[in-house]
Ligand binder design. Structure first.
Ligand code: SF4
Length: 374
């Protein structure tokens, strides 16, 4: 008797772009780095499931290609575009599961645009989502009750094959941050906690993904949130002879041992959030630690002594800012010769204390700016 093998379950992963400006044909251009969350979801998917991956920043999404389930990781900036993509699939009868920062911080809204929502980190939930869909018993929502232990799975970067990304190798060593900056979605998402991948796993991953001439980018929210953990990683990196960059809070400038280890382990630069040069502005942001000891100028002098280039970011628009704040900030960046400086306007991300405060004070101009048509 002839038996037919059941067709494998098909999962389509989509990484949305940030969409278009009103009236523009082309999508807004952003840095095209490998989207590690999609590779993590791929790694959490059983090998017998057929997976495809489309990066909306790089290619057209073939909505008519047959698939059984679509998974989209949603950030606030990509929410509107993610909803457009989801509606294309849903009107073709394909169910959509959504997770990521925005799904966790704004679940009620996200739930309206998908069949299933994953609230919290995916590690302990996504295998169950897939299993439930394969067995025809999907739920509307899956919620993480606690933070997962990291290190169980390594992102499956095979999904990136054939796509043209920036020549930079992304690795995660920690997730979250212990600080509670007023505007920051990271502290809301992880409740001001940080989890770490075991150092030996990070080192093994770095060894596997490194390529000649390419930098390692530790995509951690704040690599040095836990200085002792960061030092352990840096000590382990020294023999590898890699060059790396990451993001860190300014307080690490006062830790001489950490700076030495950065230099010895190949740190080329750090993104540091200076945010404001005004102590009252920093107080409003709950980021007074940026003024500790000698403040940002002294911190920059210390980074320079160890050859660490600084990509400084600033926020304008808190209540104390005036026209003078712009000039003073730009002058500061020029005088200090920052490697890169980025100036952002105040952005109330949902779930943050800033967002709540503006809401309480009746100062929000849009209910949800991330999906507003204007
Ligand atoms: S230090 Fe950075 S990552 Fe941590 S809460 Fe503040 S802005 Fe967010």
């Amino acid at each position: 008797m002839l038996t037919t093998r059941p067709r494998p379950f098909r999962l389509t992963l989509v990484h949305p772009c940030v969409g278009r400006r009103v009236g523009m044909k082309r999508y807004i251009r952003t840095w095209k780095m490998e989207p590690l969350p999609a590779a993590l979801i791929a790694a959490l998917t059983p090998p017998e499931v057929e997976r495809r991956f489309y990066d909306d920043r790089l290619e057209a999404i073939p909505y008519d290609e047959p698939t059984d389930l679509v998974a989209i990781s949603v950030e606030t900036y990509t929410a509107k575009r993610a909803y457009q993509i989801a509606s294309e699939y849903r009107r073709r009868g394909v169910p959509v599961v959504m997770g990521g920062f925005h799904a966790t911080l704004c679940p009620d809204e996200v739930m309206e645009h998908c069949e299933t929502i994953v609230v919290g980190e995916a590690e302990d939930l996504f295998p169950e989502v897939i299993d439930d869909y394969r067995h025809g018993r999907p739920r509307k929502s899956y919620r993480a009750s606690e933070r997962p232990r990291l290190g169980g799975v390594e992102p499956d970067r095979s999904i990136f094959r054939g796509k043209r990304y920036l020549p930079m190798r992304l690795v995660e060593s920690t997730r979250g941050c212990r600080f509670r900056c007023d505007f920051c979605a990271v502290q809301s998402m992880f409740d001001a906690t940080q989890t770490r991948h075991p150092v030996d796993r990070v080192v093994a991953e770095v060894m596997r993904v490194r390529r000649p001439g390419q930098m390692i980018f530790f995509i951690d929210d704040n690599l040095t949130s836990d200085a002792s953990g960061a030092k352990e990683l840096m000590r382990a990196l020294i023999p590898l002879n890699v060059r790396w960059v990451s993001q860190a809070s300014i307080n690490v400038a006062w830790d001489e041992e950490a700076l030495e280890l950065m230099e010895r382990s190949g740190c080329q630069g750090l993104l540091v959030g200076f945010e404001s040069l005004d102590p009252a502005g920093l107080a409003a942001m709950n980021k007074q630690f940026n003024m500790m000891r000698g403040g940002p100028r002294e911190a920059l002098a210390r980074f320079r002594r160890f050859g660490i280039r600084i990509y400084g970011t600033f926020i304008f628009g808190y209540d104390n800012d005036t026209r003078e704040s712009f000039r003073a900030t730009v002058e500061f960046c020029q005088q200090e010769a920052l490697y890169i400086a980025a100036f952002n306007h105040i952005t109330p991300f949902p779930g943050t204390p800033l967002y709540q405060r503006l809401e309480d004070e009746g100062r929000k101009r849009w209910e949800a700016w991330w999906i507003d048509e204007a």
